[in-house]
Design a protein around this ligand. Structure first.
Ligand code: NAD
Length: 337
C-alpha cells in the first residue's frame, strides 16, 4: 500500500494545526511548511510522531515546497494551501504589496511546484468574505457573483481566479473551499475571530461593543471546517477538479445580535453597547447556502455556535489558556467584526 502523504502550508496556524492533528490521527504522513509568523508551539506535540515532518520556510519563495519534500516518503497526494495573511485587519496593516505577495503570489508559486511534483490535487482555502454584500438578501451560493469589500477578500478572489484558470489542461486538480468565519479552539487559538472574540470580551472585560448589530454573518466550528477539508481530500479527484464549495452550517447564519443572545445566556452580567459605525471596506451582510457541499461531498456540520460559546468559555473559566490577551492569539492589533 502506498503511504498517504499530504503537504500543508500554514500548518502551524489556527486551521492548519488542527488539520495536521486530524490527518496524523488518520494515518497520513504530514509535511508542514510554515514560516511561523505567530510561533510554532501549536506543532510541538507532533514532533515525536514519525509521520510528521516540519520545514520552516516562506512559501513565497519559489522553491519552498519542492525543497520540503522528503525523498524517503511517498509523493504527496495533495497540497493543502492555508498559508496566508489571514483576515481583513491583518491585510490592512501589512498593506497591499505584502498582502498580494503572501496571498496571491504564494498561491501561484505553491501551485506551480505542486504541479511540477506530479501531485494531482491542490486544495485552497479561500473565504466567504469574497461574496461581500448579498444583493437580494437571498443566501449566497457558489454561483453568486463575488463582490469583495476588503483587500483580504480581493487577494482571495485573485487566487481563486488564478487557480480556476489552471483547471483545464493541468495535471493537478485545484479545488476551492470558501469557509465562513470559524470559531472554537485549536492548538493555535485565535481570539480575533468574532465568536471567540465576543466570548473573550464578555468573560474577561465583562462588556461587549457591537457594531452593525443587525448584520448577518455566518459561522462554522473549526472541527466541522476541518472535516469538510478532509472530505475534499478523500473525494475522487475528477469530482472536485475546479470545484468551489462553501463550508459551514445553515444554523451558523446568524446576526451579531443573535450571537450576543447566545453569550448573554451564559454570561448574563455582560454590559452590551451598540455603535452604528461601519468598518471601511468590511461591509458584509450575508447568509450562505451549503447545499452543494452537503449534496456533493456528503458534508454535515456537527456543532452550533452555542456549542462553541460553551467550549471557549470553559477554556477561559478553567484557565486552559494562561494569558488569552497575549498578542500571539491575534493576527492584528485592531479587530473588526
Ligand atoms: N480562520 C477563519 O475563520 C478562516 C475563514 C476562511 C478562510 N480562512 C483561510 O484559511 C487559511 C488559514 O487560516 P487560519 O485561521 O489558520 O490563519 P492563521 O493566521 O492562524 O494561520 C496562517 C499560517 O500561515 C503561516 N504563513 C503565512 N504566510 C506564510 C508564508 N509566506 N510562508 C509560510 N507560512 C506562512 C503563518 O505562519 C500561520 O501559521 C487562510 O488562508 C485563511 O485566509 C480562515
Amino acid at each position: 500500500m502506498v503511504d498517504k502523504h499530504v503537504v500543508i502550508t500554514g500548518g502551524a496556524g489556527f486551521i492548519g494545526s488542527y488539520l495536521t492533528g486530524q490527518l496524523l490521527h488518520e494515518g497520513y504522513h504530514v509535511t508542514v511548511v510554515d514560516d511561523l509568523l505567530y510561533g510554532g508551539e501549536s506543532l510541538l506535540s507532533y514532533l515525536p510522531n514519525e509521520l510528521f515532518h516540519f520545514v520552516k520556510a516562506d512559501v513565497c519563495e519559489s522553491r519552498a515546497i519542492r525543497a520540503s519534500i522528503r525523498s524517503d516518503w511517498a509523493k504527496p497526494q495533495a497540497v493543502i494551501h492555508l498559508a496566508a495573511i489571514a483576515g481583513f485587519p491583518t491585510c490592512q496593516s501589512v498593506g497591499r504589496l505584502v498582502a498580494w505577495r503572501y496571498n496571491v503570489e504564494s498561491t501561484q508559486h505553491v501551485f506551480e511546484q505542486t504541479e511540477a511534483l506530479g501531485v494531482d490535487r491542490f486544495i485552497y482555502l479561500s473565504t466567504y468574505s469574497n461574496y461581500g454584500l448579498s444583493a437580494d438578501g437571498e443566501p449566497v451560493t457558489e454561483e453568486t457573483p463575488l463582490n469583495p469589500q476588503s483587500l483580504y477578500a480581493e487577494t482571495k478572489v485573485a487566487s481563486e481566479r488564478y487557480l480556476l484558470a489552471q483547471t483545464e489542461g493541468s495535471t493537478c486538480a485545484p479545488m476551492i473551499f470558501r469557509p465562513t468565519t470559524l470559531y472554537g479552539l485549536s492548538p493555535r487559538p485565535r481570539f480575533d475571530l468574532i465568536v471567540n472574540q465576543f466570548v473573550f470580551d464578555a468573560y474577561i472585560r465583562r462588556k461587549l461593543m457591537i457594531y452593525q448589530r443587525g448584520y448577518s454573518r455566518s459561522f462554522v466550528h473549526i472541527a466541522d471546517a476541518v472535516h469538510g477539508i478532509i472530505l475534499g481530500l478523500q473525494s475522487p479527484v475528477e469530482s472536485i477538479r475546479g470545484q468551489v464549495f462553501n463550508v459551514g452550517a445553515e444554523r451558523g447564519n446568524l446576526t451579531k445580535d443573535q450571537v450576543v443572545k447566545l453569550i448573554l445566556k451564559r454570561l448574563p452580567e455582560t454590559r452590551i453597547q451598540y455603535k452604528d459605525i461601519t468598518f471601511g471596506g468590511n461591509m458584509r451582510d450575508i447568509s450562505v447556502s451549503f447545499k452543494k457541499i452537503q449534496d456533493e461531498l456528503g458534508f454535515k456540520a456537527k456543532y452550533s455556535v452555542d456549542d462553541g460559546v460553551r467550549e471557549i468559555l470553559h477554556a477561559l473559566q478553567d484557565g486552559l489558556i494562561r494569558e488569552p490577551s497575549d498578542p500571539r492569539y491575534r493576527n492584528a492589533r485592531f479587530i473588526v467584526q
